[in-house]
Design a protein around this ligand. Structure first.
Ligand SMILES: [Fe+2]
Length: 267
């Protein structure tokens, strides 16, 4: 039986995570994503330390990705898959604290992350999440790269494929729970590039990065993530440009979605 959250509890958590002018928006979103947030609470992300939420930055990250996925879905008119894509996004890192515990014991290796991912999926399954929601929740990070590459090579996308690409890309460029930093002046570096560069430079991920060479024909994990992420970025920028009726340069895609999200928050 899943934990039942009440609306005021969600508002209280959101109020600690977001600036005042965003509390109404993210509370409404959190209430829509109640079942996903119940998982956050169940695994201990909302436990207090010295009277303050200690791990709920993971919840803030998930709600931010959910909002961005929702904007993509609106722009691309994905009404059928929108709710499940958002629910998947709201859940996607709920297991992060447990994942950190597993990798602290077993090392930040491909196998340890796979073990954590399996347990995360089992938790969503137990909570009654349907297959599609779990698929969207799992469409991010290095573990999803092979399946994302398969989608990019399909001659025609089927139901849920585009939502997977969106969920993947949004997590790729969402840095913690931060607003998007604009693309560089020469339009060469956006938040996706910044996040990948930070991962490449982080010695904590050295083993995981090198292990990728066995999985991606000699490419390291983050090299593959960078290459595939850019392909997804190009693909989505083209779709968004078609939908908006004006050209959106791929590097400016995060800025464009953030602008539309700001507009949605003002409504
Ligand atoms: Fe994430």
């Amino acid at each position: 039986m899943q934990t039942e959250l009440n609306d005021s509890e969600i508002r209280a958590v959101v109020a600690q995570l977001f600036p005042e002018n965003k509390v109404d928006y993210f509370t409404k979103l959190g209430i829509e994503m109640k079942e996903a947030l119940a998982l956050h609470k169940e695994v201990g992300l909302w436990e207090l330390k010295d009277g303050k939420l200690d791990k709920a930055n993971i919840t803030a990250h998930c709600l931010l990705t959910t909002a961005r996925v929702g904007v993509f879905a609106d722009v691309l008119q994905l009404s059928d898959g929108k709710y499940e894509a958002m629910k998947g996004s709201a859940s996607h890192d709920y297991f992060k604290m447990k994942e950190n515990e597993i990798t602290a014991v077993k090392g930040k290796t491909w196998a340890a992350y796979e073990e954590a991912s399996l347990e995360s999926v089992q938790g969503m399954h137990k909570a009654g999440f349907n297959y599609r929601t779990i698929r969207f929740a799992s469409a991010n990070g290095h573990g999803s790269l092979k399946s994302i590459e398969v989608l990019l090579n399909k001659p025609k996308l089927h139901y849920g494929d585009l939502e997977c690409l969106i969920a993947h890309y949004v997590d790729d460029y969402t840095i913690n729970d931060l607003p998007v930093s604009p693309v560089s002046d020469d339009w060469s570096v956006n938040d996706f590039d910044r996040r990948i560069q930070a991962n490449k430079a982080n010695p904590k991920y050295k083993i995981l990065d090198e292990e990728g060479r066995q999985h991606f024909n000699g490419e390291s994990t983050f090299e593959a993530q960078e290459r595939i992420g850019h392909l997804v970025e190009n693909f989505l920028a083209e779709r968004v440009s078609q939908a908006l009726g004006r050209y959106i340069p791929p590097k400016r895609l995060p800025d464009c979605i953030e602008f539309l999200l700001q507009k949605a928050m003002e409504l």
